[in-house]
Design a protein around this ligand. Structure first.
Ligand code: ATP
Length: 306
């Protein structure tokens, strides 16, 4: 029995790791040919997505019953619109994103896409419509070509190259020792945080989903890399329904709606300008970030002058 449990445990902990790392699980499930925790309901229909409209309706969620994580969360994203989630660390932003990808089922309320409850449809039909650019992209210890094509395994070389160009990583790949055949990842060529994010952007462009989930990296990239990444990121949001977890408020000032979370509740909502006028939590976060941005830019200038 122990022999039987060991691999199951291994699978369980790997699955949890992957949930945290938040890689695109759809193809991963195809690799495992199984789903480990969330199961399709018997005779679950395929989800039919036309408009890509997302709605959270009175969602309550906890990982453990002793600790509520999200309470009564309601919001909707119109087709092609963008909603941004901001708030202190641990307020539940990434959890909302994980729930939309159905890593977990909610305890109360429901999540709807084009009016269909995501817990009632097959996971495959849900996930094939959603692209994810995670905080920290997991790379396979395989070629850079494999890592990008993973967004749509049936894509041909030309399509992979087109996506890499749009994600602005093509030139860099050509300068690698074996260009697209270069092995990257743990035992291959190590990519920087910004480069890994570009791989995720290329993957998502290749997948071309109607809904995009962006979980902005918490780790600081330098200002220039950050600006370049932003321009690639904004490409994947065009005409796609987007839910973005933002740590840098400057990236989301044009969102249709910003939701401010605190301790698992939405405490403020509105456009950037409306929230600044409210002079609440968002306004103080904005002020704080502007101050540290100015200090950071001053430091960069000082370093250049030295
Ligand atoms: P950050 O800005 O630091 O990424 P966040 O707002 O995205 O934070 P979440 O990652 O959604 O916050 O976490 C919300 C709460 O849920 C935290 O208290 C966290 O410790 C807890 N939590 C997250 N994942 C799990 C898990 N798998 N099991 C139990 N608790 C979890």
């Amino acid at each position: 029995l122990i022999q039987l449990y060991a691999p199951l445990n291994f699978f369980g902990s790997s699955y949890r790791f992957l949930q945290q790392a938040f890689i695109d699980m759809e193809n991963m499930f195809e690799l495992f040919d199984t789903d480990l925790e969330i199961q399709n309901k018997p005779k679950a229909p395929e989800m039919v997505v036309v408009n890509n409209e997302v709605e959270f309706r009175n969602v309550t969620f906890w990982y453990n019953p002793e600790k509520p994580i999200l309470t009564d969360i309601s919001f909707s994203i119109p087709p092609g619109g963008t909603v941004a989630l901001v708030g202190p660390s641990g307020s539940g932003k990434s959890t909302i994103v994980r729930l939309l990808f159905r890593f977990y089922d909610v305890q109360n309320g429901c999540i709807l896409i084009d009016g269909q409850d995501i817990s009632e449809v097959t996971q495959h039909s849900l996930r094939k419509n959603i692209g994810v650019v995670p905080q920290d992209t997991v790379l396979f210890n395989k070629s850079i070509h494999f890592n990008i094509r993973y967004g749509r395994v049936k894509a041909d070389d030309e399509e992979v190259e087109k996506a890499s160009k749009a994600a602005e990583i093509h030139e860099q790949i050509l300068s690698m020792p074996n260009d697209y055949d270069t092995i990257v990842g743990e035992r291959g060529l190590r990519l920087s945080g910004g480069e890994k994010q570009r791989v995720a952007i290329a993957r998502t462009l290749l997948k071309s989903p109607g809904i995009v989930l962006l979980d902005e990296a918490t780790s600081a990239l330098d200002t220039q890399t950050e600006r370049h990444i932003q321009s690639s990121l904004s490409k994947i949001c065009i005409n796609r329904t987007t839910l973005i977890v933002a740590h840098r408020l400057s990236t989301i000032i044009h969102s249709n709606q910003i939701l401010v979370l605190n301790k698992g509740r939405i405490v403020e909502r509105g456009s950037h300008h409306q929230l600044l006028e409210e002079q609440g939590l968002y306004a103080s976060m904005w002020e704080e970030q502007q101050k540290s941005l100015l200090e950071g830019e001053q430091r960069e200038v000082d370093l250049k002058e030295q």
